[in-house]
Design a protein around this ligand. Structure first.
Ligand code: SF4
Ligand code: SF4
Length: 185
């Protein structure tokens, strides 16, 4: 009995002590995590840019992109012009229960129609509900962060020429030629 009471007292003391300390766990869902800008949460579709070229579906290693389209004829604008055909997207779906988030589809899309969104709150209790159609993929577009600024390009031609020219002396931080190889710094 005394062992039980001393254990209980120790437990209560630990509880009282930790109640006053800062929590180290993330308090999700009450506090959202501060995710890196390029987090791979979900894939968003900009439908207007998609030409139904099928490149993403062909390159997807999991075959989890489903695309249906049909052709429509566009009448020529100016007189004497030629009627053209273009693809109209009927279906674009990604099965996120199969997707391994490799990003190949986004990389290969030649028309900038697919983007990473940091959105990650789309879990389902039924795995079959992870097949998302183009309307849902489009809803994630506003969550796509703007592209990061590209690196500053050197405009000083002299500086570029100097940096690419063959050095006429050993670099400052290169090891001395006559240094003893066995010698430690
Ligand atoms: S991220 Fe990879 S696995 Fe997922 S849909 Fe794109 S290509 Fe397929
Ligand atoms: S998302 Fe890009 S790669 Fe995929 S069908 Fe549309 S245009 Fe082609």
């Amino acid at each position: 009995m005394s062992t039980f009471l001393s254990g209980l007292a120790k437990g209560m003391a630990t509880t009282a002590r930790t109640m006053t300390q800062h929590a180290h766990t993330q308090q999700y869902p009450h506090v959202h995590p501060d995710l890196p800008n390029r987090s791979r949460g979900v894939i968003a579709l900009l439908e207007e840019n998609c030409t139904s070229c099928m490149l993403c579906a062909r390159e997807c290693p999991d075959w989890c992109i489903y695309i249906d389209s049909h052709k429509e004829t566009v009448e020529p604008g100016p007189e004497g012009g030629r009627a053209r055909q273009h693809n109209v997207l009927d279906r674009f779906a990604i099965d996120f229960s199969l997707c391994m988030y490799c990003g190949i589809c986004i990389d290969v899309c030649p028309f900038d129609a697919l983007f990473w969104s940091p959105e990650f709150e789309y879990s389902e209790t039924d795995i079959r509900n992870l097949l998302h159609e183009k309307d849902k993929l489009g809803e994630w577009m506003p969550t796509v962060p703007p592209p990061e600024a590209t690196a500053v390009i050197a405009t000083d031609v002299t500086a570029v020429a100097a940096s690419t020219a063959a050095p006429d002396s050993a670099p400052v931080d290169s090891p001395a030629v006559d240094a003893d190889p066995g010698e430690t710094p």
